[in-house]
Design a protein around this ligand. Structure first.
Ligand SMILES: [Mn+2]
Length: 354
């Protein structure tokens, strides 16, 4: 019998190809599962509750996050802030600054931590925090949808010296606040980041600072913020810091679309305060902006945390709150355009010589 060398070669090539494919898929799986250097990332989700906060005030939001964390193997952490004397040794006077010091302390226990306001809930558990993580990036902030502010209600930080120092330094910014209507941590984040990311004492920065220092109203504060956003420019990439563009982060305010959401757009929604929860109106919902102080639950019923197990992403939704993707996008697009116009008007208040 003749030796079928061609056949052997063909089989051999096929085996090599299959092996390569297997290697590729294993790599892909590891990558998607959040492994880095062969080790799965320990991801924590932190909510800081104040001394007097009754967790029931944020029941649905907290349960949704807790369930979500269980599904993906993240750690859900609620920290109690008992005032300037607390177990975290964060002595900032203003709780809004103190919470970032607490976040810096808790970050040390994880590879990555997502900090969340208590009234942020998960609506789409199929999304993962790993989507936002990049090796080079240490801290990720984002542009709030409803204005031109960099948000302080949520961020993602990687456990590095850079991140821990940044959060501590930001928490300590409270001693540098001007004696004006400064907007606490949410105003301060702008000056803090601008001082970090732009040339020291540039005329532009000093002009923004003047506005910050003499701010007497929210209108002034927003103008100061517009000034800083202009200074920072359109980039989202600031080396180890990232400031995600409007609509590209993990969370947005639910009221922008009357609580309507879509899995192709949304991951988390902000504004779930139990005392502002309403029953869905008889005539249904349209994805249009409403007053900020009411929201509708996207779920039918409450969470059974027993059922929150790895891989189980089937949640019970109230289909009346599930919106039409195109309509929601349309509404968000319109808001985006309106906000841009408002931002320019606000910026113009700085007067011509900026
Ligand atoms: Mn909030």
């Amino acid at each position: 019998m003749q030796f079928p060398i061609r056949k052997v070669l063909k089989t051999f090539r096929l085996i090599i190809l299959i092996l390569l494919l297997i290697c590729f898929f294993v790599f892909l799986l590891f990558h998607l599962a959040g492994f880095q250097n062969g080790k799965r990332l320990e991801i924590g989700i932190l909510v800081v509750l104040n001394e007097n906060t009754d967790a029931r005030q944020y029941d649905l939001a907290l349960k949704s996050v807790e369930c979500y964390a269980k599904i993906h193997g993240y750690q859900f952490i609620t920290a109690r802030d008992t005032g300037p004397e607390n177990i975290y040794q964060c002595s900032q006077v203003d709780k809004l600054f103190r919470r970032h010091c607490i976040a810096a302390k808790i970050l040390l226990d994880y590879d990555v931590m997502m900090f969340l306001d208590a009234d942020i809930g998960v609506v789409n558990p199929k999304r993962k925090i790993e989507e936002f993580i990049e090796k080079r990036v240490n801290v990720i902030f984002y542009d709030r949808f409803q204005n031109w502010e960099i948000a302080t209600g949520s961020y993602i930080a990687r456990n590095t010296k850079f991140s821990v120092d940044l959060l501590n330094e930001f928490a300590n910014y409270e001693v540098r606040l001007p004696k004006s209507l400064h907007g606490s941590d949410n105003g301060a984040i702008h000056m803090f980041l601008a001082e970090k990311l732009t040339p020291k004492s540039s005329p532009k920065l000093e002009k923004c600072r003047k506005f910050y220092e003499k701010s007497k109203s929210y209108e002034d504060l927003f103008t100061f913020e517009a000034c800083i956003r202009d200074l920072l420019g359109d980039s989202i990439d600031f080396g180890k810091i990232r400031i995600l563009e409007k609509g590209t982060s993990w969370v947005r305010d639910g009221w922008l679309t009357k609580s309507q959401w879509h899995p192709g757009i949304d991951f988390m929604l902000h504004g779930w305060k139990s005392w502002q929860l309403r029953g869905i109106p008889q005539n249904g919902l349209r994805p249009l902006p409403i007053s900020k102080n009411r929201w509708y639950s996207p779920f039918s019923g409450n969470f059974d945390l027993e059922k929150c197990k790895p891989g189980n992403v089937t949640w019970n939704y109230d289909l009346r709150v599930l919106g039409n993707k195109e309509e929601i996008l349309q509404t968000l697009k319109k808001i985006r355009v309106d906000i841009e116009i408002m931002k320019r008007k606000s910026f113009a208040r700085l007067d011509g010589d900026y």
